[in-house]
Design a protein around this ligand. Sequence first.
Ligand code: ZN
Length: 272
Amino acid sequence: MTGELITKVISAKPGKTVAVFAGIHGNEKAGVMALEKVLKTFQLDAGTAYFVIANPEAVKLNVRFIEKNLNRLFFTSNDGQTTEDERARELMKVLDECDALLDLHGYNGEEDSPFIITDGEGLELASKLDFGYIITGINKAGDGATDCYMTEQKKPGLCLECGSNFHPEKYAALAEKSIYQFLKFYGLVESAPGFDSREQKLFKTGEIAIRQSETFAFDREYQNFDELKSGAVFATDGENKYTAKENEYIIFPRPNQKIGQESFMLVSRINS
Ligand SMILES: [Zn+2]
């Protein structure tokens, strides 16, 4: 299996097969920088590793996507016609060979709160990485993401939100360290930075809001993991008002989306 910007590295020693993706969203550069650096320096001690620049055209143009959000296209019945649909089908073939996936992303905010989205088999590794926040349970809510595709097959898939897209050079080191820890966890490299044991806040996915009208607005500016005030209206979308419940936090607040795209996601804390 080869395709544009898919690097396959095979060790003489048998072992697991894993994939590292970066640039699923072309404007999220920390992972791309980290992956390019790892490819220049690393030594595979066992198994097979795929390193993938997932949406090269979007990376080149520094845009989230060209026609469709690639991270909503990973589902087996995908028969779409865009370049991104084709790329998703090609990358699903790679994932079908893999035991685990690390998918590197970033977020559009200034806050310093890198987080992981994963589920099931991915949680054990997530607990060993240097991230303060973990979100689970997205599989039921948002089909078509790479981590959901893996989770559906009972395989670990971790989406790492490595930090602010506005400062990729600041967060490339975290992405790079995580790649090595991922490869070490699955036995593909012998040396890697030690696993981390920092305190982590665990959240469960709730609603994903799809923009319905021309007039969407939040009541104020939000950042990832801002806690919403219970009982208060925090967003309006045309006639529709969004009222917060107890223990609700906002993720991916995007006030300027097109109709039909995701304006925000809600999560709730499940550990204290
Ligand atoms: Zn992303």
